[in-house]
Design a protein around this ligand. Structure first.
Ligand code: C2E
Ligand code: CA
Ligand code: CA
Length: 707
């Protein structure tokens, strides 16, 4: 609340005393000191006079009939301006009690009778100065608060010595902090949206560390659920010994600015019609992609689409219809990209970001971090299949197809313009070769894509035509050399190509989703076979099957396994599942849940190809697997490359400390066996004992029991 004493030429003093002679004497003294005077002969009139004149100073006698000086003082304090007026009490008695009481009721000072008249004038002037300063301070505080409110600005500070944290009213409002409660610094961070909290904290700590000013902007969440953009700037103040003592900060609501920026960004970087990135943003993104690919030594693909005969459609149906069609195409494009497993894996953060409309009927897509060319071909195939549709627009039936050219970084160019030009060239090749298809800029990639595509098509038929068979390879207990189980390994007898190794067709099946059916076939066939050998008294131990592919949860792996166990009659304890780390990497939560269920079913889980993946060790503490299989690349070269021995040793030590069984795969020689045996490997598998063999031959292996 703001109050200002009326402006006057001379200060005004109100004298309240029931004794006329005193009143006159006081009047004389204060007039001499430069005051204008009003007089009141008792407390009640005094209060009235106060409200009507708003004096700067009140001289108040304590002992008066009816309303005494103390009560009058109290009452004046309650009036408008009562906080700021200087009140001097005149006590008749020089006793402690009434002086104390005077301060208690809010007097600023007292004089006792007999009064030193010469001093009284000085005293009054002095008090007036203090009163003005007090009022000024109050004014500027009020002004600050008001201007902060207007500017949506607040200030805060932390006493770096005591840790006390204070916030102006407006800062509290902006940060969404409750108005009344006492604050601790931690609350400052609590209001920040979850993902930004750590970054802000880090910046602040760094600023403190480096003793430098800071500037952060972030979103805060208000208790009412609304979000505001806040700019928070601060600086450290030091004492004369250069010790930081205070962190001063200002927060500002920049929501409107942010919104405006966002709007401008949209206009500048996005295509108004389709909402996709425009050419400018795309070129920008392309250069970023090049920098990233260069740094990470990865490759990426640039897809360049052009609708076939769009001009004819535009001419026939008009621009209005053409525009609607483009919008629909953009949506179809987004959908087909999002729905490919590969693409969503590649650009899981934001598939929309990868798609742009360059202008007219030309669209581009960036697929980053490409492992196999086939990933690109798959996405391209999906686009060519899904984007062309029969669109009904305002009663017109319009069919469009699209042609697409693809260039690859770095093989087709290391510069954005070149990549774009080459993709464009390839797009024309696609148009020339009959439209509605895609072409790589590099001819040999086309051949590869065709090859993969034909394999993918053949895999689809292989299951029906019973072209898959399982081979079995025994697992040995190292100390006793006894067979303790086997691994089932798939083989494909292709009618024209002969035997296709799993290394070739499994990755294709994983990408196309055909792996789901293959996994099911493998688990069922292996379980049935093992149970048959069990019944014949042949099968010792556990049969391991390899399960792979993405999205275990969606594959219904658990259901597949239960069905296989049920159909075959195999006991769960004789089944082991071999998985690789990439299963964890897709969806940790899903993988954890599935592993937990497998455990509950009594099925063993083995982590395959250990040591080749990413952060192998970290998974082991959160996922309880039964077995680790040291990848064969370590075992196979362990004699020639001592580095491998160190890795093997480390894996064994770490695995054993977690109570996990260690299996070495790829044991080919007696030397290798001896060395890993010395290191304490539990089980081994490899050509030294037996190659994977078909079931007829495996019976002979089993009959030997020891190898
Ligand atoms: P993997 O699971 O690591 O399988 C072990 C591979 O090592 C097998 O190759 C096996 O033949 C080979 N191997 C075994 N002992 C030795 C040895 O002493 N020296 C050498 N050099 N190699 C040895 P294969 O059968 O070609 O399988 C390759 C990969 O294909 C497997 O690696 C596995 O990832 C996958 N795979 C095989 N069968 C299946 C299956 O039924 N389902 C799934 N999803 N993947 C499978
Ligand atoms: Ca395996
Ligand atoms: Ca393996």
């Amino acid at each position: 609340m703001m109050y200002r004493t009326p402006r006057r030429e001379k200060p005004l003093a109100l004298i309240v005393d029931d004794d006329l002679s005193m009143r006159l004497a006081m009047q004389a003294a204060l007039t001499k000191a430069g005051f204008d005077i009003v007089l009141a002969e008792n407390g009640r009139t005094g209060i009235k006079m106060f409200t009507s004149t708003r004096p700067d100073l009140v001289l108040l006698d304590v002992v008066m009939p009816e309303v005494n000086g103390f009560d009058t003082c109290k009452e004046i304090r309650k009036q408008l301006g009562g906080d700021f007026v200087q009140i001097l009490m005149v006590t008749g008695l020089d006793d402690i009690e009434s002086t104390e009481l005077a301060f208690k009721v809010g007097a600023d000072g007292f004089v006792s009778k007999p009064i030193n008249w010469a001093m009284l004038g000085h005293r009054a002037r002095y008090m007036l100065r203090a009163g003005n300063a007090f009022q000024e301070l109050n004014m500027s505080r009020f002004r600050l608060e008001k201007t902060q409110k207007i500017a949506k600005l607040g200030n805060w500070e932390i006493d770096l010595l005591s840790g006390d944290f204070t916030c102006s009213t407006q800062a509290r409002k902006l940060l969404g902090l409750a108005e009344e409660e006492a604050l601790v610094f931690e609350q400052f961070f609590m209001t920040i949206g979850g993902d930004e909290q750590d970054a802000v904290r880090e910046k602040l700590v760094k600023a403190l560390d480096k003793k430098k000013p800071f500037r952060v902007s972030y979103k805060v969440l208000h208790p009412d659920g609304s979000k505001r953009h806040i700019l928070n700037q601060g600086e450290i103040l030091f004492n004369d010994k250069q010790v930081p003592i205070l962190l001063l900060g200002a927060v500002q609501d920049v929501t409107l600015q942010k919104m405006a920026e966002e709007e401008i960004r949209k206009l500048a970087f996005y295509d108004g019609l389709t909402g996709l990135s425009n050419r400018l943003l795309f070129m920008n993104r392309l250069s970023q992609e090049i920098v990233a690919a260069q740094r990470n030594k990865t490759q990426f693909a640039l897809l360049y689409l052009d609708l076939d005969q769009f001009k004819r459609i535009n001419d026939t149906f008009g621009h209005y219809i053409g525009d609607i069609l483009l919008k629909k195409i953009a949506a179809a494009l987004q959908h087909s990209i999002r729905s490919t497993d590969v693409a969503s894996r590649l650009a899981s953060e934001d598939p929309e970001k990868m798609i742009a409309r360059l202008g007219g009927d030309e669209f581009t897509v960036i697929l980053s971090d490409i492992g196999e060319i086939e990933h690109v071909a798959m996405v391209a195939r999906r686009i060519v299949k899904e984007v062309p549709q029969r669109y009904i627009i305002e009663g017109h039936e319009i069919t469009v197809t699209t042609s697409m050219g693809i260039s690859m970084y770095p093989v087709d160019g290391i510069d954005g313009d070149i990549l774009l030009k080459h993709a464009d060239t390839a797009m024309y090749q696609a148009k020339n070769s009959g439209r509605n298809n895609f072409q790589f800029y590099r001819a040999e990639l086309n051949a590869q894509a065709v090859e993969r595509f034909s394999l993918e098509r053949d895999i689809g038929r292989a299951l029906e035509r019973e072209e898959f068979i399982l081979y079995y390879q025994p697992k040995m207990d190292v100390p006793t050399r006894r067979i303790v189980g086997a691994e089932a390994l798939i083989r494909w007898m292709h009618p024209e190509r002969g035997m296709v190794p799993p290394g070739i067709f499994i990755p294709i099946a994983e990408e196309s989703g055909q792996i789901v059916a293959i996994n099911r076939w493998v688990v069922e066939t292996a379980s049935k076979q093992w149970q048959t050998w069990h019944d014949a008294g042949l099968a010792p131990g556990v049969i391991a099957v390899n399960l792979s592919g993405y999205q275990f949860a969606q594959q219904k792996v658990l259901e597949t396994i239960s069905v296989a166990l049920e159909k075959s009659g195999l006991d769960a304890e004789f089944l082991e599942i071999e998985i690789t780390e990439n299963v964890f990497m897709q969806n940790l939560q899903d993988a954890a849940t599935i592993l937990q269920h497998l455990k509950e079913m009594g099925i063993r889980v083995s982590l395959d190809d250990f040591g080749t993946g990413y952060s192998s060790f970290s998974y082991l503490s959160s996922f309880k697997v039964d077995t680790l299989k040291i990848d064969r690349s370590f075992v196979m070269n362990c004699i020639e490359q001592p580095k491998n021995l160190i890795i093997i040793k480390a894996i064994i030590a770490m695995g054993h400390s977690l109570g996990i069984k260690i299996v070495a795969e790829g044991v080919e020689t007696i030397e290798q066996l001896e060395i890993i045996s010395e290191y304490g490997v539990d089980e081994a598998q490899g050509y030294y004992f037996s190659r994977p063999v078909p079931s007829e031959e495996f019976v002979d292996v089993l009959k030997r029991r020891e190898l």
